[in-house]
Design a protein around this ligand. Structure first.
Ligand code: ATP
Length: 326
């Protein structure tokens, strides 16, 4: 196995709070271990267009508290082609970068997996996404901050919902994954969460209505995961207007507010631990794994497992929400 002297680091896909803390941790622990570090701008795009710069300890000063990513992020169509990846590989050779740390979501880690296999190139991934949709890790970097943002927003919407005695559908991010909606609902004391994982099993809206959600309350908050599977909050509200016109219904789409802001202490600590673990993993000879956390222990998750769809939702979360919203 070739010795690693220089690592490259990039952030890719959607930004997530805590990515900067991860960049800082990777950079500092690489330097601590005697490695050279290069920052690659705008994800895989930066490899193709040679946007690469040397990183020193102070390149990552004062960023642990900042949302977003100082490396910027982008979506690169070219990297999805064999020609694009060849150009990226040549850039890495030219720059003397022996291994990569990729911080991003399932798309970014899918790209990493393909690239690593094609060129037999060492890559370690960090789960950077607010959606918490990667397998093999209890948490992803950015999820806790987004959850706190959702909780604070729902607390505010509750004031209007209860004053006007309304039913609110609040749309949150997550695409195929209901963690933000489900835990956001538990944290904010909402009545229900309509999540993709439960779409096939039951008609969540009909259940909610038939359980008589206004029996003991004069307002209701329902969190809905965005995307095609649930249809989103607008579609829910339209259905209520037609099927249950007695309800005064409103919609709030939280949108990109969920992706921004200063990371929580938990996200900063998670990102710092995972960033340091990425360097330990590379120096340990680990290849093509994502750093995960399970039961508060760092684990290595093969890319093929990490990017598998349909991360299971714990049944106890569903039960807790149901029991506490009577
Ligand atoms: P988020 O979960 O926040 O959306 P993500 O990492 O899943 O983040 P994507 O837009 O899906 O975001 O992927 C980011 C980038 O990863 C893509 O723009 C592309 O460059 C690369 N990528 C994704 N899928 C592939 C693939 N099949 N082959 C090669 N590269 C890919």
């Amino acid at each position: 196995m070739a010795k690693i002297n220089c690592i490259g680091i990039l952030t890719s896909g959607g930004d997530a709070p805590g990515m900067n803390a991860a960049i800082r941790a990777v950079t500092r622990s690489a330097i601590y271990n005697g490695l050279e570090v290069k920052g690659i701008m705008r994800g895989y795009r930066g490899l193709i267009y040679d946007e690469i710069e040397p990183f020193k300890t102070n390149s990552v000063s004062n960023i642990i508290q900042q949302g977003g990513t100082i490396l910027k992020t982008a979506r690169s169509k070219e990297f999805q082609t064999a020609e694009g990846r060849q150009i990226a590989y040549e850039a890495l050779q030219r720059e003397g970068i022996d291994a990569l740390v990729v911080i991003g979501g399932d798309g970014s880690l899918t790209g990493a997996r393909i690239f690593a296999q094609e060129f037999n190139y060492p890559i370690v991934g960090l789960p950077g996404t607010i959606d918490n949709d990667l397998q093999g890790t209890d948490l992803t970097i950015g999820y806790d901050t987004a959850l706190n943002t959702i909780m604070q927003a729902v607390d505010k919407i509750r004031d209007t919902a209860s004053s006007h005695e309304r039913l609110f559908f609040i749309e949150v991010m997550g695409r195929e994954c209901g963690f933000l909606a489900l835990n956001g609902a538990i944290a904010s004391g909402a009545e229900a969460a309509i999540i993709p994982e439960m779409m096939l099993q039951q008609d969540q809206l009909a259940d909610l209505i038939s359980n008589g959600f206004r029996k003991s309350k004069n307002s209701s908050l329902v969190l809905v995961t965005e995307g095609d599977i649930t249809g989103g909050a607008m579609a829910m509200a339209e259905r209520v207007k037609i099927e249950y016109p007695q309800y005064d219904v409103r919609v709030t789409i939280l949108g990109h507010v969920q992706r921004g802001g200063s990371p929580t202490a938990n996200d900063r600590i998670l990102a710092s631990r995972m960033g340091a673990a990425a360097i330990d993993a590379l120096l340990d000879g680990q290849r093509n794994v994502m750093i995960g956390i399970q039961n508060d222990e760092i684990v290595y998750v093969p890319f093929s497992k990490a990017i598998k769809k349909n991360k299971p939702v714990q049944q106890d979360l569903l039960n807790t929400l149901k029991v506490l919203s009577i």
